[in-house]
Design a protein around this ligand. Structure first.
Ligand code: GDP
Ligand code: IMO
Ligand code: MG
Length: 428
C-alpha cells in the first residue's frame, strides 16, 4: 500500500510540516485528517517560509492534491485567508479538496473556547482559542454544522437559526456575553460557502479510489500523541486523535490500507500550554534550548516550554501508532551543547515504570532517569549523509532508536527541504 502516515510523537511542533513537505515530493495526495487551525506547520523552501494551519503541507507542489478530511474541524475564514495568502505568493491552490463531512468552526465556538478558558482560571488548558474543542463538542452532541450543510443555502440558513436559538441563551445567561446576530453570521458564512463550494467533494470516495489505484498518499497529522484526547495528558490535550489510527476515522481509510507510519520526533522536547512535562528544564538549559531553537508558538506566539528528549514518550507513541520509522528533526539545534541528556526510563518510589501513568498526580511524581551524552559541538546543518554525522550525534540517535525500539528513517538538520538525511529507502 503506498500510504504513509506522519504523526507527531511528543507534544506537537516536532516539524511534521517539514517532513510532510519533504516526502510530498513523491506523493500524489497529502491529507489532513484531524485538528483544525490550532495547527501551525512551517515549511521552508529556498529561503521562503510558509506557515500552514489548515492547508496540507503538500500545497507547494503543483500537481499534488491537498485533502482536508472529514475528521478536520474547518474554520472557513482561516482557510480562505490561507489560500489568499498562498495565491498572492504565486502558489496554485486548485488542488484543494474539502470533505463534505468535515465540521465547520462557527463564531460561537471561538468565543466559547476563549470564555471557557477564562472560566477555568488556574485550571486552564492553555488552548489556542481557535474554537477546536467547542466544535468537536457540537459534533459529538450532534448539533454541528458540516461542510455539506454550509454549502446548501437553505439548509444552512435553517440550521443556523436553530443553533443560535440554542447558543445565544448560553452565551448570555452562562457566559454573560452578548448574543450573536443571525443576519451577520448568515451573510458572512454564505460568502465563505460560495468560495469553498468548488473544492468540496466526497473525499472518502476520492481517497479510497486513488489508494486502490496505487496512488501515493501522505496523511499529515496535526498536534501529537501526548495531546491525543484518549492517550495524552488528559485534560491538557486537544479534542482529536493525532495518533495514526486517527486516519481511519478522520479520512475514511481502513486500517488495512495504512502502509507505513513515521513518527516525527524533535531531538529534544517542547510543549505549549499547560499540563505535565516530565523532562521540562525550567532553568538555564531550557532557556538555552528556547533561544537556540527559537521556540515560540506558530499560532499564538507563546514561548514554548522546553526540555530534554523523553524517550519514554516516544516509545509510547510508537506503540500506539505502530510507528515504523522515526523522523528525527532539529538535531542541529543541539550543535552548541557540551552535554545532552535523554530520559530513558521513569522511576516512581524507587521502581522503574513500564507504563506512562494515566493519573496526572502520579505523572507529576515520576522521576525521569537520564543518560548523558557528550555533545558534538559542530555545525551539522550542511551534512546530507548519515555516515557523515559526528560520532557523538550518531551515538545519541542510535540510543534513541534502541530505547524506543523504532528504526531511524529520516534525520533533519535544518528547516529547509534539502536539509534532510534519508536513511529509510522504502518510504513509498
Ligand atoms: P509542526 O507543527 O510539527 O509542523 O512543527 P512547527 O512547524 O510548528 O515547528 C517546527 C519548526 O522547526 C518550524 O519552524 C520548522 O521550519 C523548523 N524545523 C523543522 N525541522 C527542522 C530542523 O531539522 N532543524 C531546524 N533548525 N529547524 C527545523
Ligand atoms: P501542531 O500541529 C503544539 C495545544 C495547545 C493546548 C492544547 C489544547 O502545530 O503540532 P486546542 O486549541 O487544540 O484545544 O489546545 O493543545 N496544541 C498544540 N501544541 N502544537 C500544536 O499543533 C497544537 N495544537 C494544539 O497549546 O495546550
Ligand atoms: Mg506547529
Amino acid at each position: 500500500m503506498s500510504t504513509v502516515v506522519i504523526s507527531g510523537s511528543q507534544w506537537g511542533d516536532e516539524g511534521k510540516g517539514k517532513i510532510v513537505d519533504y516526502l510530498a515530493q513523491k506523493a500524489d495526495i497529502v491529507v489532513r485528517f484531524q485538528g483544525g487551525s490550532n495547527a501551525g506547520h512551517t515549511v521552508a523552501v529556498d529561503g521562503e517560509e510558509y506557515k500552514l494551519r489548515l492547508l496540507p503541507s503538500g500545497i507547494l507542489y503543483k500537481n499534488t492534491l491537498c485533502v482536508i478530511g472529514n475528521g478536520v474541524v474547518l474554520d472557513p475564514q482561516v482557510l480562505l485567508e490561507e489560500t489568499d495568502a498562498m495565491k498572492a505568493r504565486g502558489i496554485d491552490v486548485s488542488g484543494i479538496r474539502i470533505s463534505n463531512r468535515a465540521h465547520v468552526v462557527m463564531p460561537y465556538h471561538k468565543i466559547m473556547d476563549e470564555l471557557n478558558e477564562k472560566m477555568r482560571g488556574k485550571g486552564k488548558i492553555g488552548t489556542t482559542k481557535r474554537g477546536i474543542g467547542p466544535c468537536y463538542i457540537d459534533k459529538d452532541d450532534r448539533i454541528g454544522i458540516r461542510v455539506c450543510d454550509l454549502i446548501e443555502r437553505e439548509e444552512f440558513a435553517e440550521k443556523l437559526k436553530i443553533l443560535l436559538e440554542i447558543k445565544n441563551p448560553i452565551l448570555e445567561k452562562v457566559y454573560n456575553a452578548p448574543p450573536l446576530k443571525y443576519e451577520e453570521i448568515l451573510k458572512e458564512y454564505e460568502g465563505y460557502a460560495d468560495r469553498i463550494r468548488p473544492y468540496v467533494c466526497d473525499t472518502i470516495a476520492l481517497l479510497n479510489r486513488e489508494i486502490d489505484a496505487g496512488k501515493k498518499v501522505l496523511f499529515e497529522g496535526a498536534q501529537a500523541t501526548m495531546l491525543d484526547i484518549d492517550y495524552g495528558t488528559y485534560p491538557y490535550v486537544t479534542a482529536s486523535h493525532p495518533i495514526s489510527g486517527g486516519v481511519c476515522v478522520g479520512a475514511g481509510v481502513a486500517p488495512k490500507k495504512i502502509g507505513k507510519v513515521f513518527g516525527v520526533v524533535k531531538a529534544y522536547c517542547t510543549r505549549v500550554g499547560e499540563g505535565p512535562f516530565p523532562t521540562e528544564q525550567p532553568g538555564e538549559i531550557g532557556d538555552k534550548l528556547r533561544e537556540a531553537g527559537h521556540e515560540f508558538g506558530t499560532v499564538t506566539g507563546r514561548p514554548r516550554r522546553t526540555g530534554w528528549l523523553d524517550a519514554c514518550v516516544v516509545k509510547y507513541s510508537g506503540s500506539l501508532s505502530g510507528t515504523d520509522y522515526m523522523a528525527v528533526t532539529r538535531l542541529d539545534i543541539l550543535d552548541g551543547f557540551d552535554e545532552i541528556k535523554m530520559c530513558t526510563a521513569y522511576e516512581l518510589d524507587g521502581e522503574i515504570l513500564n507504563e506512562i501513568p494515566a493519573c496526572l498526580k502520579t505523572l507529576a511524581k515520576v522521576k525521569p532517569v537520564y543518560e548523558t551524552f557528550a555533545g558534538w559541538k559542530t555545525d551539522i546543518s550542511k551534512i546530507r549523509r548519515y555516515e557523515d554525522l559526528p560520532e557523538n550525534a550518531k551515538k545519541y540517535l542510535q540510543r534513541m532508536a534502541e530505547v524506543t525500539g523504532i528504526k531511524l528513517g529520516i534525520v533533519s538538520v535544518g528547516p529547509n527541504r534539502d536539509q534532510t538525511i534519508v536513511i529509510a529507502e522504502d518510504i513509498f
